[in-house]
Design a protein around this ligand. Structure first.
Ligand SMILES: O=P(O)(O)O[C@H]1O[C@H](CO)[C@@H](O)[C@H]1O
Ligand SMILES: [Mn+2]
Ligand SMILES: [Mn+2]
Length: 395
């Protein structure tokens, strides 16, 4: 075993330039990191990501973030093969389970057979039922919901059925029960949906509604074994921090932690670093995506990157020689791009251990994302099914 502990951090939606198949998704020209850098016009201060090699892995450096002369990390990009560009696709593919079959999309809303069952089960009316931005939908329909108690059902360019509910109108336990029921309706063809997402919010009126950290994702059960199951079966610890537990429906996770925010997520990583364990700690930081990417807010996105970078500094200072840190993303969500959906992009890959004795080299373009999990399995001597390990390149 080369590394006793591997820390994987997914910067949710931090893409690094349109993927070769971006045209299929209408995402030619997207570049999350590039456009956030352009917005900051040289003032995006991410010194820790910089010294690891965040600009080295790009064709064009991020504006104001020079490529490191001697990158501390091995660096590259990963290219997705899954049919979709949602979080589930990205994370499952990283863990050796690419999502080959396209999941159901609902650009015209959900069919009556689903909506009628939701109404019957909940005893509530359903409103909206079309693609919408989640913050706009509560602004536009939240007050109606407060009056009528109806469910706000909406979707996006992803395979998601989302239910927004004011926490005082539809209590959380009830909302989760309805979402759990909705999950049961869309597990089999003709409607296989990636995620049901509970979207609770609070506030007195439309100008003051805010979504809460009680968001919960009810993801399709993994359709096969993932690398997390493989690690767990082999007796290693697998720790899930943030949305990870939801994304894998709890499979292959020995301990899970809920995040209130990116900052809270990184605090969990620190605490986790104080633990003596042998295995894999897997963190998802979702604020980049939910608060800034879908909101097309490059200023907030950049601020979140800078905040992450500061906390990353502490992580780097506390890693041990037999630790490996892997940083990547699950898809893009370019705040400088049209619409409000995810964008089909390459994702960054950075691998760092204080035990490296050589200057970081390029790991090239890794595809599928499963190379990430394959490397972890390789480290622990667990048999791999999909992807190619880059463990031997790390020196
Ligand atoms: O607009 P909000 O509610 O943030 O929803 C977004 O969040 C979902 C999951 O990332 C995406 O599919 C998109 O619909
Ligand atoms: Mn995501
Ligand atoms: Mn998203």
């Amino acid at each position: 075993m080369k590394y006793k502990r591997i820390f994987g951090i997914v910067l949710d939606s931090v893409g690094t330039g349109a993927a070769p198949d971006a045209a299929k998704f209408g995402d030619v020209g997207s570049d999350t990191l590039g456009h956030v850098g352009d917005f900051y016009d040289g003032k995006l201060a991410i010194p820790n990501l910089q010294k690891l090699g965040i600009s080295n892995l790009r064709d064009q450096p991020i504006k104001g973030v020079a490529p490191a002369e001697k990158p501390l990390a091995y660096f590259g990009k990963m290219q997705e093969v899954s049919a979709g560009k949602d979080s589930m696709d990205g994370h499952w593919e990283m863990m050796g389970l690419p999502v080959k079959h396209a999941l159901a999309l609902f650009p015209d809303g959900f069919p009556d057979e689903i909506i009628d069952k939701l109404k019957a089960f909940s005893g509530r009316d359903v409103i909206v039922n079309k693609p919408y931005s989640g913050t706009d939908v509560i602004h536009d329909y939240g007050e109606e919901q407060m009056k009528t108690g109806a469910l706000i059902v909406y979707t996006s360019g992803d395979s998601v059925l989302q239910i927004a509910a004011h926490e005082d109108v539809i209590p959380l336990t009830e909302l989760y029960k309805i979402c759990d029921y909705a999950r049961s309706l869309v597990n089999e063809p003709p409607y296989v949906v990636g995620r049901i997402i509970a979207r609770p919010y609070v506030g007195p009126d439309k100008d003051h509604f805010t979504r809460t950290a009680n968001r919960k994702d009810f993801t399709l059960e993994p359709t096969g074994k993932t690398d997390m199951d493989r690690l767990q079966d082999a007796g290693y610890e697998v720790i899930g921090i943030g949305k990870i537990n939801d994304i894998f429906s709890g499979h292959g996770i020995t301990r899970g932690f809920h995040n209130e925010s990116n900052h809270d997520g990184m605090d969990h990583v620190f605490n986790n670093m104080k633990d003596d364990f042998t295995g894999f700690s897997f963190t998802n930081l979702v604020d980049f995506d939910a608060m800034y990417g879908h909101r097309r807010n490059p200023k907030g996105f950049g601020a979140a990157l800078m905040e992450f970078d500061q906390q990353l500094g502490e992580v780097l200072a506390n890693l041990k020689d037999d630790d490996l840190l892997l940083i990547t993303a699950d898809h893009g969500n370019d705040p400088g791009f049209r619409g409000t959906d995810h964008t089909r992009e390459f994702v960054p890959l950075l691998a760092y251990s204080p035990s490296f004795t050589q200057v970081g080299q390029s790991l090239g373009i890794r595809s599928p994302f499963s190379d990430f999990g394959a490397t972890i399995l390789d480290n622990f001597g667990v048999k791999n099914v999909v992807g190619t390990s880059f463990l031997d390149e790390l020196k």
